[in-house]
Design a protein around this ligand. Sequence first.
Ligand SMILES: [Zn+2]
Length: 303
Amino acid sequence: MAFQSSSLSRSSSVDLRQTSAKIFGSQMISPDIEPTHLRFLGSIKRNPKALRLKATMESPAQESKDNEPKVEEVSDHFRKMRHRFLGFKKDKYLSNLEHYQRLSEVQTPKKSDILQGQFMVIACADSRVCPSSVLGFQPGEAFVIRNVANLVPPHDNGPTETNAALEFAVNTLEVENLLVVGHSCCGGIKALMSLDDDVITSSFIKSWVFVGKPAKLKTKASASNLDLDQQCRHCEKESINRSLLNLLTYPWIEERVKNRMLSIHGGYYDFIDCTFEKWTLDYKGSTLVPNGGCSIKNREFWS
Ligand SMILES: [Zn+2]
C-alpha cells in the first residue's frame, strides 16, 4: 500500500508539473525541479550529515551553528541569491538607511516619499512581469498581490487571497489607487480561452481562471473570427476591464471610488515589443449589470 500511494503521489506530481508547464511555458517549470532535487540528493550521498538533517528535521539554522552543511552546498541558486541579497543590502538598504528604518516601523505605501506611494497592484504571477521590475516600484511604494492571470473575482465569489489583500490595502492602508496589470502571452488567459466550459475539472488552475469567464464570453462574441492567439490578446485586455468592474462589486471599494477617495486603473504590459498601456476606469460611465460595459478615460500608451 505504501508503494502504491507513493507511486500515486509521484504520478500526480508529474501530471501537475506537466499541466503547469503547459500553462506557464516549459522553460519555467520542468528543468529546474528535477536537477535541484537531484543535486540535493547528491549532497546527501556526499555528506551523511545532510541525511541526518533530513531525518531529524533539524532546522538549517541549527545546522549552520555546527558549520555544516552550508546552504551553498545544497544549491548554487542560493549562492547567487545570497550574493544578490548582500548587494541589495549594501547598495540599497545601507545607502538609504533612514528610509528603510522608517519602513521597518510601518508599512505605509501612502506615505512613501519616493512615489507618493498610494498604490495597490494586482499583477500576474508570471515571472516575466514583476511590477517592481517593469514599473520600478521600490519597497514601501506599492502593496502587491500576484495571481494567475491577474484576476479579481467578484465580491460574491467569496474569500480568496486576492480580496483579502484588497481589503487590507483599501481599508487599512487606505491606498488611493488600484492598478490591475495584465500582459502579453498570458498562460492563464490561454488556459481560460482553451477551457471547455462544460467539463468539471479538478485542476486548481482551471477552476481559478474560470473567474474570467465573462471576459472569455465577450471575447468569443466579438472576436470569434480571429485565431486562438489573437483571441487571447483580446481576452488579456478584456479580462483586465472585467476585473476593474469586479472591483466595484466590493461595497467598501465602490464607496471610496464614488467619493473620489480611490481610483481604479488598468495596465497592459506587452513584453514582445516592450510597451505599456495604461487607462483609468470612468466610474460614472461604467455599469455593473451582467455583461455591463467598462467606460475608461485617461488612456496612455508608453513606448
Ligand atoms: Zn499571466
